[in-house]
Design a protein around this ligand. Sequence first.
Ligand code: NAD
Ligand code: WQD
Length: 339
Amino acid sequence: MSILLTGGAGYIGSHIAVELLEAGFDTVLFDSLANSSRSVVERIERITGRAPEFVCGDINDAAAVRSVFERHDIDCVIHLAGLKSVPESAAKPMEYYRCNVGGMLTLLEAMAAAGVRRIVFSSSATVYGTSGEIPYTEETPTGCTNPYGRTKLMCEEILRDCAAADGEFSAVLLRYFNPIGAHPSGLIGEDPRGVPNNLMPYITRVAVGALEKLTVFGGDYPTRDGTGVRDYLHVVDLARGHVRAVDYAMGHAGARAFNLGTGKGVSVLEMVRAFERASGVKIPYVIGPRRAGDIAEYYADCSLAGRELGWKAELTLDDMCRDSWNWQKRNPDGYGDKA
Ligand code: NAD
Ligand code: WQD
């Protein structure tokens, strides 16, 4: 069986490619390398002993996307290609709508032309907005506060409309919580450009000496230690969830959303302590003001994914910290060749 991964050279896509190849699937990675490195492909081969097909192209280039389906017999698509920075999306909304929503339309048109009707989509917990009770279930009301989140919600709606129009169309909408960690080999991991926005890459950059100290965004939230609480999950667990989602898409029509998280909340200070434990490196930090748009606490109810996909996160917070550190330590400059 052959799976097309758009955005397959990225952080999450590369880990999914490893799990799929190890499970016996064939993979085609389609990526513009806008936020990833070509060396990922060779590293995936070193881990799995199998070379994924790689096509360099833009998801909004209709001819390039169509030609992938003409040259490969694709059974299911995992659509990860897109832009993902919340602050950047507020500054450049049109770029986000063009890439994330336009890209989804280009992909769906090419899928329709090729008769491919199964897709797994990288959605996000960010679609839940700010007013829901925790833990978030798939029934928690959606409502986004930034353009990035709205692109995810719009793509979910487009996929629901496709499923409503075609009784054989299958869309699995995976709402990721906070993926961190890296492959235990230390060969692939998260490699953000410039100063990271997100907590774990910031911590690992401090640990490696590239940044001086962490600023904790807010120490006065109504949480157990005053810092923000999130549901962090290991990227390898997340990748395995996609293998289950592909199986599910092969056997079920319709559009269905699933939360992928651990179901456990971890505060910023708990994360700092867990990282120090796993790495033996002290992380200097200061408590700063709250970051605009952040909410105090949320985590997932993942029981639906357990029942329907047969998936549950297995790896611990210590595993996540150990593997993030192993990746950063072995690759202090990330892949080193990002444009
Ligand atoms: P990433 O940036 O590492 O991966 C995205 C990949 O898409 C990159 O390799 C990039 O080069 C590629 N890409 C970007 N624009 C493209 C275009 N126009 N055409 C072709 N390829 C293009 O990010 P990631 O963390 O691996 O995220 C993958 C997906 O998961 C994204 O859709 C993201 O929105 C979603 N997601 C990520 C998180 C997270 O915290 N990392 C959480 C929820 C959802
Ligand atoms: C986690 C916690 C921060 C950095 C984002 C996107 C979301 C999804 C995942 C794609 C919060 C605190 C962070 C720092 C800090 N991505 N923090 N100092 O905001 O939960 O989610 O990534 O879909 O859409 O919004 O993740 O890692 O940025 O923050 O104190 O330098 O760490 O305030 O409490 P977030 P994050």
